[in-house]
Design a protein around this ligand. Structure first.
Ligand code: ADP
Length: 371
């Protein structure tokens, strides 16, 4: 038996808010409800000052929904909007207004025209390196670009961009993003020590990412590039669902295993109706720096075939190259530090494809479709 969004809302009618006695279902505080098999994920909108008072409500919501037949797991987060409860509530009510297919839409981020995700089915395929160089390349095309490092389990943007220091508070809970190479950059890595082990519960992941998205003074941006946590688990699915994404870029290496993972990434974005901008093959081939000989280390070309098979655009090949690794690990992404190099040009070509995929106009936030 599969639970529906209506079943979830009915269960939430029985959960009352402590101050008003109003039912949670009627309060306009419930964000998009994602039902994935027996798993139910959603967030409750709160004012920052209500966090402690609303924790019992969050728990009550989890147990009310957890009691529904067919539900195997419930993940409920508390999220606070920067503009305060009333503006936040309006945004959420707006977000809950059904789209053409009758499904709710996540609210946009003021000033940010388009948000794209860079994702991979597994770690270590060069997702963050690709995201950082893509972001710099988009800015060389004349766009105002930001980078949100949402890889909270292994934030790498502080290192890739060589950024030290902590973000300043602009007002209240709002932080100023850090800046590098003309980009605005935000990462959980700026807020916690590198050595501190972080244990995140599901709801904490949702609120950490939502806060980094909505409580940062991004200013006017044409594109915000979100470096996703690797993989296709709950955190990734929630992100894909909670962030108003205009599209997703999937990074894969050519090995079959990575492609299998990439396929899962494509399926995840399709599930929440986020358009797939395309697949990038990273570490595609190796060109010997001494003799120029090209070796296809990992059966090169797999991603192109896979993209064709999946019916998504193939965005290009990035070689496995020492200068890419050295610059990425050294805080100087190659598109910024050696823009004339062939490697930098490969990223600029990728950026052009992404820009073309996004189209000139600002796209509407994606619809959520539950299969
Ligand atoms: P992920 O975000 O997928 O975990 P990273 O971007 O952190 O991967 O990359 C993992 C390692 O591979 C890093 O040391 C990075 O410098 C290196 N790397 C990524 N892409 C390339 C490439 N095209 N050529 C050489 N090294 C690369």
């Amino acid at each position: 038996m599969t639970v529906s969004q209506a079943d979830v809302l009915r269960a939430l009618e029985l959960v009352k808010l402590p101050a008003s006695g109003q039912s949670l279902a009627a309060s306009g505080r419930i964000g998009d409800i994602l039902v994935d098999g027996g798993k139910v994920i959603f967030a409750i909108g709160i004012d920052a000052t209500e966090a402690a008072a609303m924790e019992p409500v969050r728990k009550a919501a989890e147990s009310a929904v957890g009691g529904l037949p067919g539900v195997t797991q419930v993940l409920v987060g508390l999220t606070a909007d920067k503009a305060g409860p009333s503006a936040g509530m309006q945004a959420r009510q707006q977000a809950q207004r059904p789209g053409p297919g009758g499904a709710p839409r996540p609210a946009g981020v003021p000033g940010v025209k388009q948000i794209i995700a860079v994702a991979s089915g597994k770690g270590g395929v060069g997702k963050s390196t690709t995201a950082a160089n893509l972001a710099v390349a988009l800015s060389t095309l004349g766009l105002k670009v930001g980078v949100l490092d949402s890889d909270i389990y292994g934030p790498s943007m502080p290192k890739i961009f060589g950024i030290k220091g902590k973000p300043q508070i602009v007002s209240g809970r709002t932080l100023a993003p850090m800046e590098a190479y003309g980009l605005k950059v935000m990462s959980i890595g700026f807020l916690v020590d590198e050595e501190t082990p972080m244990i995140w519960r599901g709801p904490m992941v949702i609120s950490a990412i939502t806060q980094m998205l909505r409580e940062v003074a991004w200013g006017d941006l044409d594109v915000l590039v979100v470096d996703m946590p690797p993989g296709t688990g709950d955190a990734q699915l929630t992100m894909a669902q909670q962030v108003p994404l205009a599209g997703a870029v999937i990074v894969s290496t050519p090995q079959d295993l990575a492609l299998l993972d990439a396929r899962r990434g494509v399926a995840m974005f399709r599930k929440v109706a986020v358009p797939i901008l395309g697949l990038v093959e990273n570490m595609s081939y190796f060109t010997c720096p001494a003799c120029g000989h090209r070796s296809d280390i990992f059966a090169h070309g797999g991603a192109r075939h896979e993209a064709e098979r999946l019916g998504i655009p193939f965005l290009g090949e990035i070689p496995l190259a020492m200068p890419i690794r050295e610059t990425s690990d050294g805080g100087r992404p190659i598109v910024a530090s050696d823009p004339a190099s062939a490697h930098a040009k490969a990223y600029v070509a990728l950026a052009r494809q992404v820009q073309a995929g996004l189209g000139g106009a600002v796209r509407a936030a994606p619809r959520i479709v539950i299969e």
